[in-house]
Design a protein around this ligand. Structure first.
Ligand code: ADP
Ligand code: MG
Length: 229
């Protein structure tokens, strides 16, 4: 899915100060491209993804995703667009502790779909991320890496054209990290546009284009050499 950002700014107002997180960011993402953005903690990576998914709106500038201009759309249109086109892997997983793995994966689709149909797809996706043995475990019984993989399976349920990944390997050891990267590579090979943000510079080697987010500015970088995988 094609994406166009023009001169976007985002500032958070708190009770003590205002934090100018994104400063004049412009960037084009081609359909099917995999963009990796590295940046230290607090540099605005999560904020950036929230703005791309219209969970949050920018203060200045324009965001156009798949021909949809977020500024000129209504809340409802933006929400529907997100639900139908975007997969979002949250940094903190956002799993429901009271439901098992399978239910966590189908939950966003439950209101609009037949349960047995989406369970079939959920099982395929949980197989893709190596969790076939964990369908009926509860989130509290999973390791950080397993939770992360549940979050990935859930993000793929709507067959998204664009996948936003917030530190998708953040709590994984190298072996598990490779497994996730491999899953993302398979998804990318199917034509899905991927935007991955991470504090891990080594992950910059994955994808087509690498950027760095620092002090609110987005800068294009040379692709580094792959150290593993
Ligand atoms: P990263 O994901 O790179 O660690 P974030 O996007 O989470 O960075 O945060 C960037 C900056 O914005 C941080 O200084 C953070 O404290 C601040 N911030 C994030 N969300 C909010 C919010 N809702 N209100 C106020 N400040 C926020
Ligand atoms: Mg973050």
């Amino acid at each position: 899915m094609h994406m166009e950002l023009r001169n976007i700014h985002k500032t958070y107002e708190t009770n003590v100060d205002s934090i100018h997180v994104l400063r004049d960011i412009s960037c084009t993402v081609e359909n099917g491209e995999w963009l990796t953005i590295t940046g230290p903690s607090g540099s605005g990576k999560t904020t950036f993804l929230r703005c791309l998914s219209a969970i949050e709106l920018v203060d200045e500038g324009t965001v156009t995703v798949g021909g949809m201009s977020y500024e000129s759309a209504s809340d409802d249109e933006r929400r529907r667009f997100r639900r139908e086109n975007i997969g979002y892997i949250f940094q903190d997983f956002q799993l429901f502790d009271q439901f098992d793995v399978l239910t966590n994966v189908i939950i966003p689709q439950l209101p609009d779909h037949n349960r047995s149909e989406i369970e079939k797809r959920a099982k395929e996706l949980l197989n893709l991320v190596g969790l076939t043995e964990r369908l009926h475990h509860m989130p509290t019984q999973l390791s950080g890496g397993e939770k992360q993989r549940v979050a990935i399976a859930r993000a793929l349920m709507n067959n998204p054209q664009m996948l936003l990944c917030d530190e998708p390997t953040g709590s994984l050891d190298i072996e598990n990290r490779d497994q996730i990267i491999q899953a993302l590579q398979e998804i990318h090979a199917q034509g899905v546009t991927i935007i991955l943000v991470t504090h891990d510079p080594e992950l910059g080697a994955y994808g087509d284009t690498m950027y760095e987010l620092r002090a609110g500015h987005l800068t294009k970088k040379e692709m580094p050499e792959r150290k593993y995988g």
